[in-house]
Design a protein around this ligand. Structure first.
Ligand code: SF4
Length: 183
């Protein structure tokens, strides 16, 4: 299954590279920017979480320990949390880099892009509010985006995992949970 998932990711990454090129004039992503990993829920399917953790076991001991501590701290914070959506810094973000970049989830691969969702509303990256991606075409005060050629494909994880591409690789992804809930 993980071999098929790897092939699926190669195809998905090719498709996403095309979108990043297409939207290049609006993209400010650069090494060292961690906005997308600083606050979120990070929906991961069981398969994605498993794939991530196969990479985790091969990390250096000290990095593993730091990730374990991040996870333990977050679990504690989540247990005390009484709001609706628990947003957090990803525990795999170490020294401003993803410790498991090659094994990151589907949502992580789409970070930075704006696209049309199934209900025809635009899903914007968080950083549009920070003057980064798509900020030239986004009016934060009115909450309106003026984009001539939006990506007309819903890139949310659950939609991608229900797509024809995922079907082709016969993926059994299991349920989707916020990343922290897999630990
Ligand atoms: S797994 Fe990596 S890319 Fe994905 S949210 Fe965490 S640090 Fe960011």
């Amino acid at each position: 299954m993980l071999k098929r998932y790897k092939k699926f990711l190669e195809e998905l990454d090719r498709e996403l590279r095309g979108y990043f090129l297409e939207q290049n004039e609006f993209i400010k992503c650069k090494k060292g920017c961690t906005d997308c990993c600083d606050s979120g829920e990070y929906p991961f399917s069981r398969l994605e979480a498993e794939y991530l953790m196969y990479g985790f076991v091969k990390l250096p001991h000290d990095v593993k320990e730091r990730i374990r501590k991040n996870i333990a701290d977050l679990k504690e914070q989540k247990n005390r949390f009484t709001g609706e959506r628990f947003l957090y810094k990803c525990p795999f973000l170490i020294d401003k880099e993803c410790a498991l970049y090659d094994r990151r989830g589907i949502v992580c691969r789409t970070f930075g892009l704006a696209y049309l969702m199934e209900d025809n509303t635009v899903k914007l990256p968080n950083c549009a509010n920070l003057g980064l991606n798509y900020s030239e075409v986004y009016d934060a005060a009115k909450g309106v985006i003026l984009l001539k050629n939006p990506i007309k494909k819903d890139l949310r994880t659950d939609v991608i995992l229900r797509s024809k591409t995922a079907e082709k690789y016969e993926l059994e992804c299991g349920e989707i949970r916020p990343l922290i809930d897999w630990f």
